[in-house]
Design a protein around this ligand. Structure first.
Ligand code: ZN
Length: 226
């Protein structure tokens, strides 16, 4: 399992002498991070949150894809396999394609559960589009602007929201970017138009609201495929 220290040792140590990364150096860091996490997982939430300062949504998608190739749940905090891979029925390619295009649970080919599909979407929409080489100093162990990086590239995990019982407003503002993501055909969902997606999101919010009611058993229901 990978820790922040592992990320520093594997990907960042060679670049500690300068604040400005070249495009090539940024690429090397990206590849090292994906290499580290495509066949392992983050040891804790802190590590996944720290990773946010190096990832763009596209890079994150590459990581999810690589993890899937290694038969791992796309969510980098998870050590399980996607649900569909554990399916004992083998399928030919046509059947697989049909299932992916027509099955509302297509995300199960990429994630172990609906819960981790949501956690992953939620993480991805918060990532900055800014290229890594433009994020001056984020890779340094000691940087005068460390506090600024913490704010600029802060990512809140869905698990944290559940624990903190965030208000509906907090959640709404955080997921406003999800629309964009849901339209991405690579994200593991079937393609949706805006209305369907809004509908999907409001159902999701309703589920979260139930969690807010301080009923611990609902979390079990929530993590299950519905
Ligand atoms: Zn998972």
């Amino acid at each position: 399992m990978a820790t922040i220290e592992d990320i520093k040792e594997t990907a960042l140590i060679p670049f500690q002498k300068h604040r400005q990364l070249s495009m090539h150096e940024a690429e090397v860091i990206t590849l090292e991070i994906i290499g580290l996490l495509c066949d392992s997982e983050c040891k804790d939430e802190k590590t996944l949150k720290y990773l946010g300062r190096f990832l763009t949504p596209d890079m994150y998608q590459d990581l999810v894809d690589e993890r899937n190739l290694n038969k791992r749940c796309g969510y980098p905090l998870c050590g399980k396999s996607p649900e569909r891979i554990r399916d004992p029925f083998s399928m030919n390619d046509t059947a697989k394609k049909f299932l992916l295009e027509n099955n509302p649970y297509a995300y199960l080919s990429h994630y172990c559960s609906k819960f981790h599909f949501r956690c992953s979407q939620f993480y991805q929409v918060q990532l900055s589009d800014e290229a890594l080489f433009a994020r001056t100093g984020v890779h340094l162990f000691e940087d005068p602007e460390q506090d600024k990086h913490d704010i600029d590239f802060k990512v809140t995990l869905f698990e944290e929201l559940l624990r903190e019982k965030a208000s509906e407003e907090d959640i709404k503002s955080l997921i406003s970017g999800l629309k964009k993501l849901g339209l991405n055909p690579d994200s593991g969902t079937t393609e949706k138009d805006d209305t369907e997606l809004e509908d999907d999101l409001s159902k999701w919010l309703a589920q979260i609201k139930i969690v807010e009611n301080d009923n611990p058993s609902i979390l079990g229901d929530f993590t299950r495929e519905d």
